[in-house]
Design a protein around this ligand. Structure first.
Ligand code: ATP
Ligand code: MG
Length: 386
């Protein structure tokens, strides 16, 4: 089953383009499931009809569902949560208890389990996911690492606790500090579920991210970061969907300056996202309902099947060379002699003749100086000092 994850800054058109993509794919004969994992669902608003936590058919070959994020979370988390709450309350930290009970990124990841359930039915060829805005998507990508670190410490602690703490704890009647086997089992279950979801996200043979942007500076800046992180976490972005592009007839008069500005932003988008780009026009009215969204799909993808892979490339990767961290960037038709490169903050500026790239570098190397940079076989390798 093909999986398409739509993410982008708040309000850029993720839900509209997720639905348009689903309707477009259905037109090409695919059986499509649209899933919203954003806890602030708006599939229903955009479709102009209610969609709930149970799958409903919204058009021919298109089924939609808004995942009940909180109850999904409860399903895997409640036992662990009870233990943590008790633990923190015993320590008198009532106030922090609730804050600590949700790991950032977990909600979204847990909601993505629904993708597996859709796949298990065997009834769908494509699952289109309307994700939460970029901030949560990035936290979601980090969550498996956070959980792993937590688990490692937790289990290490369990061994020590079992040896040292339990007799003491029992004597003072404070055995709540030592989690029961059920709590450990619940943790292990959560961990393996998260692993399953991570496998889906990183499976480049079926999953692609689609970044939705508007041709506006603040949007592009934020999305550039998501693009880099998705890449670095191994999630392939196969297209950028530029939504609300002014149509030719709207470029004069009052909107002339907007049109000029937009030109600059479109150039910026081209430099920042070296994957296929599609433009969706700013429509005369909000595209609400199946017909309007179907038309939006056509205006965006023409007669191409939106479920296809628009590229298989992974344009940014992170590797290690001894102690150094190496950022690999796809740059075909370029050679080292003409390379100009610089870093400012977390942005890497690359220029080779008319090719320009502005790549967001991961926090782990931001601020470090460049040890070497060279291009071979169409790949730019930038090594950062350890
Ligand atoms: N191409 C377009 N032309 C005109 N209006 C549009 C277009 N795309 C989206 N809209 C409108 O913009 C608004 C926001 O769109 P949408 O709800 O799809 O964004 P979103 O990214 O899902 O937002 P949120 O982050 O709140 O979930 C809606 O009113 C929608 O109808
Ligand atoms: Mg939305």
């Amino acid at each position: 089953m093909r999986v398409l994850l739509h993410t982008g800054k708040g309000g850029v058109g993720k839900t509209s383009l997720s639905l348009a993509t689903a309707l477009g794919a259905a037109k090409h004969g695919h059986r499509v499931f649209v899933l919203s994992t954003d806890s602030a669902h708006n599939l229903g608003d955009v479709l102009g009809r209610p969609v709930g936590a149970r799958p409903v058919e919204v058009a021919e070959r298109v089924t939609a569902q808004e995942v009940d994020v909180l109850s999904e979370l409860d399903r895997s988390w409640s036992q662990i949560q009870d233990w943590l709450r008790e633990l923190l309350q015993k320590r008198g930290d009532d106030l922090v208890a609730d804050e600590l009970l949700v790991f950032p990124g977990m909600e979204e990841l847990v909601a993505l389990r629904a993708v597996r359930e859709v796949e298990a039915t065997g009834d769908y060829d494509v699952c289109v996911v309307d994700c939460a805005p970029t901030g949560s998507t990035l936290r979601m990508l980090r969550f498996p690492d956070v959980l792993r670190i937590f688990m490692e410490n937790f289990f290490d602690w369990k061994r020590k606790a079992a040896r040292l703490l339990r007799p003491v704890a029992m004597r003072v009647g404070a055995d709540v500090f030592v989690p029961s086997d059920e709590v450990f089992a619940a943790f292990e279950r959560l961990y393996s579920e998260v692993e399953d979801v991570r496998q889906i996200l990183m499976d480049n043979d079926r999953t692609s991210a689609r970044l939705v942007v508007n041709p506006a500076r603040v949007v592009v800046d934020e999305t550039r970061r998501s693009f880099a992180y998705l890449n670095l976490y191994g999630v392939a972005t196969d297209a950028v969907l530029i939504n609300r592009v002014l149509p030719t007839e709207a470029k004069g008069g009052y909107f002339a300056r907007w049109a000029k500005r937009e030109q600059l932003e479109l150039a910026e988008i081209e430099q920042s996202f070296p994957v296929p780009r599609f433009q969706a026009p700013l429509l005369r009215t909000e595209p609400i309902g199946v017909d309007a969204l179907g038309a939006l799909a056509e205006a965006t993808f023409g007669d191409r099947d939106p479920a296809q892979f628009f590229t298989r490339a992974r344009p940014i990767r992170l590797t290690k060379r001894g102690e150094q961290t190496v950022l690999e960037i796809e740059l075909v038709n370029a050679d080292s002699n003409e390379l100009e490169i610089s870093v400012r903050g977390d942005l890497l500026y690359v220029r080779v003749r008319d090719i320009q790239r502005r790549i967001c570098v991961p926090d782990s190397v931001a601020g470090r100086s460049i040890a070497s940079a060279e291009i071979s076989d169409g790949v730019l390798r930038v090594a950062f000092e350890a």
